[in-house]
Structures are given as structure tokens and as C-alpha cells.
Design a protein around this ligand. Structure first.
Ligand code: NAP
Length: 310
């Protein structure tokens, strides 16, 4: 058996290599999986587990040229090669669902994929048509997770989704909001309805979900997806030109992206964060956050204090 020192120095070496290669944008698609495997968390309702880093597709996958599709193929390949499973989309995101379907076909990916999208329209019939259309675009027989986007006509869609789940037409059902919209109404829904997943915004600069939403989701046994983990990229503007603190190495963190994502996924109530990127080196950076040690509660408050002083 290899000594701890050997394993640590090997891990350090691989992390430095990954960071350097990522900076140069020359990284081989699979950097991390050779050394260990990504952290997974359980979906409370079933005990099935998911890798803690998923992939968002808002804006980044809403493209309209073959050239852009060509450059997204390695991004998606890197996602799966580094242990990714959950992809989140919505009919709201323009061409994104079609692009996901084309890329899945192009890279020949089948399993494991945890396909998560949303219904975003008014009316039962329109909702059914939209969900069926999404499945055709993705090229999947059924979705693992169907979420009601931004609470739109939620009572109507929830009735449909409960029926679909009972028939096995969808595996899990959920609801979403973002940037603090409709918080009170969402809280009421979480307290009164039986949902498998909830998705909302949470990041090191916007921690309001810690007060009520995260505790309610934990209490009600719901899996939690976190959107806008980088505040739509705004977090990087705050830390531009600033060095990572040395102590970030204590939780195997070599970039600001990993700092922000590890802060999120180490919260006990969070199941998975879904950062979006159209760049290969950012995808590799994001996926690396699911590997290695994660901050504990004391370290998380040190991270938050450090960021708040910037
Ligand atoms: N109501 C809802 O249901 C709802 C609302 C909002 C979002 N969402 C979901 O959540 C996902 C994530 O949220 P979001 O897309 O709004 O914002 P986000 O993930 O917080 O930020 C995305 C931005 O961060 C940049 N980025 C990604 N990785 C990076 C890295 N490692 N280093 C530096 N920059 C990086 C991306 O630019 P590059 O392309 O240059 O990397 C992009 O501009 C969405 O895509 C969507 O699937 C759902």
C-alpha cells in the first residue's frame, strides 16, 4: 500500500498539473478521474446518488452556428469524462435543449446521464406538449427530473407531474426559482407539497437561502440543486487579480471557481451545483471542484468571511 505522503504528493502533483494545463487550455479531457472519484450525494427520497457538480445550459448552450456546436462538443465530453451526470435545461433557454440532444448524439453518450429539464408555460395541455417536445429534442425516452420553472402555473403542472411519476413517465419531480424571486411562495409549496427536488440560487455572495430554504428542504427530505453558483459570473469580477488564500489548499482547491463551488456543495443540505460554461478549461475547473477534500463548517465560515472582506 502507498504511504499517505506518497498519495498526498501525487494528488498535489495532479492538481498542479491540472491547474497549469487548464490555464494553457491544453488539458487532456480526463485529468482527475485517474486519481480518485467525484464526491456524490444522496437524493433523500430514494438514496440514489448524484455527483455534486452538474451542468447548467442557460445562455451557454443557446447557440446558432455549427462552429459553436463544434466548440461545445469537447466541453460536454469533459463533463462526462470527469464524472458528470446531471444536465439542467429548460425550454426557456432557446436552442439549448436541441443542442444538448445533438451533442449527446455526436459524442455517442448514453449512460449515466441524469436528464433534468423544466416545464415553463401555462395550461395542462401546453405543459404536456412542451415536456414531450423537450424529450424529443434531448433524444431521451423520459426525463430523470422534470421541474416547474419559476413556479409558472405550478398547481396545474404539479397535477400532471404527479400522474406522470405514478405511471413512471418521469422519475423525479421538482420546482425552481432563482435570485430570490418568489421565496415566500416557494417556502409554502415546499412545506405543503411532496416534491423530490427543489432548485434555487445560492452562492458565497448570496447566502440568503441558508436562513430558510436550505433548512426547509433538508427537513422535508428534498434534494437541492443550486443555480447561479457563480452569480452569473459576477463572483469572478469580485476576485479579479486577487490571489487565493494559501489555506485553500487544505480542501484541495486551486482556483476561485473551485473555491466558490466547494463552498456550495459542502453545505449539508445541497445535493448538486449546476454551473454553466461554454469553455473547456472552465468545465475542467468546475468538475475538479467535485474531487478531493471539501471544507467543513469552520472552513466554510472562514471562506465566507474572507470573501465578504474583498
Ligand atoms: N429559475 C431557474 O430555474 C434558473 C435560473 C437561473 C439559472 N438556472 C440554471 O442554473 C445554471 C447556472 O446558472 P447561470 O448560468 O445563470 O450562472 P452561473 O453558472 O452562476 O455563471 C455562469 C457564468 O460563469 C462563467 N464561468 C463558468 N465556469 C467558470 C470558471 N470555472 N471560471 C470562470 N468563469 C466561469 C461562465 O462563462 P464562460 O462560458 O466564459 O465559462 C458564465 O458566464 C443555468 O445555466 C441554468 O441551467 C436555473
Amino acid at each position: 500500500m502507498k504511504s499517505i505522503e506518497y498519495q498526498l504528493s501525487r494528488r498535489c502533483f495532479v492538481q498542479s498539473l491540472a491547474a497549469v494545463l487548464a490555464t494553457l487550455q491544453l488539458a487532456p479531457v480526463r485529468v482527475w478521474s485517474a486519481v480518485n472519484s467525484p464526491l456524490r450525494k444522496e437524493i433523500p427520497g430514494t438514496g440514489e446518488s448524484l455527483p455534486v457538480i452538474g451542468m447548467g445550459t442557460s445562455r451557454t448552450f443557446d447557440i446558432d452556428s455549427r462552429g459553436q456546436l463544434d466548440s461545445l462538443a469537447p466541453v460536454m465530453r469533459a463533463f462526462f469524462a470527469n464524472g458528470g451526470e446531471l444536465i439542467d435545461s429548460s425550454p426557456m433557454y432557446g436552442a439549448a435543449e436541441q443542442v444538448i440532444g445533438e451533442l449527446l448524439q455526436r459524442i455517442g453518450h448514453r449512460e449515466p446521464l441524469f436528464a433534468a429539464t423544466k416545464v415553463w408555460t401555462d395550461g395542462a395541455q401546453a405543459g404536456v406538449r412542451q415536456m414531450e417536445d423537450s424529450a424529443r429534442k434531448w433524444g431521451v425516452k423520459r426525463f430523470d427530473l422534470m421541474q416547474i420553472h419559476n413556479l409558472v402555473d405550478w398547481q396545474t403542472h404539479l397535477r400532471t407531474l404527479k400522474r406522470w411519476k405514478a405511471k413512471g413517465k418521469v422519475r423525479y419531480i421538482g420546482i425552481t426559482t432563482s435570485h430570490g424571486r418568489d421565496r415566500r411562495e416557494l417556502e409554502t409549496i415546499l412545506r405543503t407539497e411532496k416534491l423530490d427536488f427543489v432548485q434555487f440560487s445560492y452562492n458565497i455572495a448570496d447566502r440568503s437561502a441558508e436562513d430558510r430554504l436550505l433548512p426547509i428542504a433538508a427537513e422535508r427530505g428534498m434534494a437541492v440543486l443550486i443555480n447561479r453558483p457563480y452569480q452569473r459570473g459576477g463572483l469572478f469580477r469580485t476576485v479579479k487579480g486577487k490571489e487565493l488564500p494559501e489555506w485553500a489548499a487544505e480542501f484541495d482547491c486551486v482556483s476561485w471557481g473551485q473555491f466558490f463551488l466547494k463552498f456550495i456543495v459542502s453545505h449539508p443540505a445541497v445535493t448538486c451545483a449546476i454551473p454553466a460554461t461554454a469553455k473547456l478549461h472552465h468545465m475542467q475547473d468546475n468538475m475538479a471542484a467535485g474531487f478531493g477534500r471539501q471544507p467543513d463548517a469552520a472552513m466554510r465560515s472562514r471562506m465566507a468571511d474572507y470573501f465578504a472582506r474583498m
